[in-house]
Design a protein. Structure first.
Length: 353
C-alpha cells in the first residue's frame, strides 16, 4: 500500500512514502527516505506491515495510509524485516537506500469526516477515518497537524469515491523525541500492521504523488529523487509488478513463516493456515511523478523460483530424475553391448560354417 508522509520544510520539499504520505508543518525539515512493506494475503484478507525511514524532527512526523476497507491497526516487529532480508539474500541482494496500546472508539462526525477509532501504539497516535467529502477531510487533516495541500485534494476524492478509509499517524507529543528520531532516522522505527479486507492484493501508492505547497526552496531536488520501494509479498503463488525487479521468489513453509518474528508474548506475528506459501521480493526505484496509481499485484505466469534454495521435495525429485536418466543410459549401453556381442557371435558362427 502506498503511504504518504506529509512533510513541509523551508529546506526541502516533503518527500513521499512508498506506502502513504508524510505530511509536515510549514517551514519544517522532514522527508521520508525509504519504504519497506510486508504483504501477507489469504482468503481476501490483506495484512500490510509497514516500515518507514524518516529524516527530520519526531514532532513533524505525520503519516497518512489509505486502505480499501476499514483496517485493524496494531504493532508489528522490526525483526520481521530483518528475518526476511536474511532469508532472501542467500546468493546476492541489491543495495537498498537504507508497549502498551490504548484504544478509544470515537465516532463523531465533523462535517463529512467520521473518526472511527483513535488509539496509541507505543509512540504512535493513530486515528482511523472515514470521509464522504475531500474538502472536509482536507480540513480535518489541517486542523490536526497534517498539512495536506489544496492542489492535491483530487487524490483524496478519488479514494473517497472508491470507499477507501484513511489511517492518520503521528508521534505522541510527550514521547522522548531523541529516541524516536533515532529509530526513524536509522530505519528501525516500530513497524505498524494494518489488516483489512481486499479482493485483490494492493499497495496504495497514489497518495504518494501529492504535490506539496508552501515550500520556500524553489529547486525540486528532493522531490525528484527516486525512492526505493521494497515489497515482500507472501501468498499462494508468485507475484509480479510492471517494472519491478524480482529479487527473490521461493516457497516458504508454514513453520518458517511463523518463525520469522515473535511478539512480546512469544506468539508468531504472522499466523498462516496453509502448509506452504510463495514469497516474492520485489524492488523498484520510483520518482514521485511515477507514483500515479495504486499498485495491484499480479499472479506470475509460473512459480519459477529465483535466488531461492532448492526445497527438499525439489531436490528429491531432481535426484529421482538423475537416477532414472543414469539408469536408462546404463540399460541402453548394456543393450548395445549385448547386441554387438550377439552380432559378433553370429558372424563368427557364419564364418566357421
Amino acid at each position: 500500500m502506498a503511504l504518504a508522509l506529509l512533510a513541509v520544510s523551508f529546506l526541502a520539499p516533503a518527500a513521499v512514502l512508498a506506502d502513504g504520505m508524510i505530511v509536515p508543518r510549514p517551514e519544517r525539515y522532514a522527508w521520508e527516505t525509504e519504504q519497506q512493506a510486508v504483504i501477507f494475503y489469504e482468503n481476501n484478507q490483506e495484512t500490510l506491515v509497514l516500515s518507514v525511514s524518516f529524516q527530520g524532527n519526531a514532532e513533524d512526523f505525520a503519516w497518512i495510509v489509505p486502505t480499501p476497507s476499514r483496517p485493524e491497526v496494531s504493532k508489528s516487529s522490526d525483526e520481521l524485516f530483518t528475518s526476511l532480508q536474511e532469508l532472501t539474500t542467500p546468493l546476492y541482494d541489491y543495495p537498498q537506500p537504507l508497549p502498551l496500546m490504548g484504544v478509544s472508539p470515537v465516532g463523531y462526525d465533523e462535517k463529512g469526516v467520521y473518526v472511527l477509532e483513535t488509539k496509541q501504539i507505543d509512540y504512535y497516535q493513530i486515528a482511523v477515518l472515514e470521509a464522504n467529502d475531500a474538502d472536509a477531510l482536507s480540513q480535518w487533516l489541517k486542523d490536526n497537524g497534517y498539512e495536506y495541500p489544496e492542489s492535491s485534494k483530487y487524490i483524496l476524492d478519488s479514494y473517497i469515491q472508491s470507499g477507501w478509509y484513511f489511517t492518520a499517524i503521528k508521534i505522541v507529543d510527550d514521547y522522548p523525541s531523541a529516541n524516536v528520531e533515532y529509530q526513524l532516522n536509522s530505519g528501525h522505527a516500530i513497524p505498524l500492521k494494518l489488516e483489512f479486507a481486499a479482493n485483490k492484493i494492493v499497495y496504495p501508492l497514489k497518495i504518494s504523488a501529492v504535490e506539496h505547497q508552501n515550500n520556500v526552496r524553489s529547486d525540486r531536488y528532493y522531490q525528484n529523487q527516486p525512492l526505493g520501494i521494497l515489497l515482500y509479498v507472501i501468498t499462494d503463488n508468485k507475484q509480479e509488478l510492471p517494472q519491478f525487479a524480482t529479487q527473490y521468489a521461493g516457497w516458504l513453509k508454514k513453520n518458517s513463516l511463523e518463525n520469522l518474528a515473535y511478539d512480546d508474548n512469544g506468539n508468531a506475528w504472522l499466523r498462516p493456515a496453509k502448509d506452504k506459501y510463495f514469497l516474492t521480493k520485489l524492488y523498484r526505484l520510483m520518482t514521485r511523478a511515477e507514483m500515479s496509481s495504486d499498485l495491484y499485484l499480479r499472479q506470475a505466469g509460473d512459480n519459477t523460483t529465483i535466488n531461492a534454495p532448492e526445497s527438499a521435495e525439489s531436490k528429491g525429485f531432481t535426484g529421482f530424475i538423475v537416477i532414472m536418466l543414469v539408469g536408462g543410459l546404463m540399460m541402453i549401453g548394456l543393450l548395445v553391448i549385448l547386441l554387438v556381442s550377439g552380432m559378433r557371435k553370429e558372424k563368427n558362427s557364419f564364418n566357421n560354417n
